[in-house]
Design a binder for this molecule. Structure first.
Ligand code: GUN
Length: 291
């Protein structure tokens, strides 16, 4: 079987177009411009790239974008002070603190200082609890993007066997919750899982979110399964020239695509959907704030 390539770039462009329409209506009919504040502490190069990209797309869909770039040695009190100001700023509807934070800052404390209503990442403990119990919440952007691609490709995923590889709070756990809400039979696999190959071979849907380059080989994939690759790993690519790199996912694309029914590429799969969902969450937060 040769897999259908799920084009996340094209899908994300459609989602952003819908968000832009919604933003236009909010401005024209209600005089409201949704605003997203992104906070970056320190100079992690990958985080700088993500934050730039988020800011650019926020402006492109007509929303207000505010970036706060703080020194790597910013104190917890200073960061909490900024979050408090953003929580109370009526022009800001979404707040995202880029992770990871420098080691001296307590990530849980910082995330839980964000007003749950403005927590467009869906990482606040209130939103985690609401999602876990199937109540209205902010849903983390990467798993939401994965779910949208699965629903778009399959229509319904009810009753399917899904394996999520990776148990992070950002992707693995919320992904499993979303699949469960859509009536999949869900297994969360991780580094201690016994016979991972056998577990993955049973799956109709495989979501790989482990952060290990090309870890899943094609012979683990059931014929016709759908593979969602969340990984973004940078490998040296001396064949492209000195110092050059290439991006790869957590699955070995060529061998998995040879067996899968559908697969997301890296780049151009989950990545663009994550940012599109962040923009959609910001509009949702803005609508909820304004009744
Ligand atoms: N770092 C990597 N992914 C994410 C994300 O989705 N949200 C935030 N805040 N930080 C991240």
């Amino acid at each position: 079987m040769t897999a259908t390539i799920i084009d996340g770039k094209e899908f994300a462009a459609r989602v952003r177009a819908k968000v832009a329409d919604h933003v236009t209506r909010l401005k024209d009919d209600h005089g409201i411009t949704p605003g997203l504040a992104v906070v970056l502490v320190g100079e992690d190069p990958a985080s700088q790239v993500y934050v730039r990209s988020k800011g650019k797309m926020t402006v492109e869909v007509g929303m207000k974008s505010v970036e706060h770039k703080l020194e790597a040695d910013t104190s917890e009190a200073e960061l909490l002070g900024l979050i408090d100001r953003l929580n109370n700023d009526p022009e800001i509807h979404g707040i995202l603190v880029q992770l990871p934070l420098p080691k001296h800052l307590d990530e849980d404390l910082v995330i839980n200082a964000i007003s749950p209503a403005k927590d467009v990442d869906g990482f606040h403990i209130s939103n985690v609890g609401l999602l876990g119990t199937g109540q209205k919440s902010m849903v983390p952007c990467t798993p939401l993007g994965c779910l949208m691609m699965l629903r778009d490709h399959h229509g319904s995923i009810s009753g399917m066997d899904a394996v999520v590889i990776g148990r992070s709070n950002i992707v693995g756990k919320p992904m499993a919750q979303l699949l469960l809400h859509d009536s999949c039979t869900v297994t969360i696999a991780h580094s201690r899982t016994k016979d991972l190959a056998e577990v993955v071979r049973r799956a109709d849907i495989v979501v790989a979110a482990v952060g290990r380059p090309e870890m899943v080989p094609g012979d683990w994939i059931k014929e016709g399964a759908t593979v969602i690759d969340v990984g973004i790993n940078r490998l040296d690519a001396p064949e492209k020239g000195e110092g050059k790199t290439r991006l790869v996912g957590d699955v070995d694309f060529d061998s998995c695509a040879a067996r899968a029914g559908a697969i997301t590429p890296v780049p151009g799969g989950v990545g663009p959907m994550t940012i599109a969902c962040l923009l959609a969450n910001t509009v949702t937060a803005c609508c909820r704030a304004n009744g």
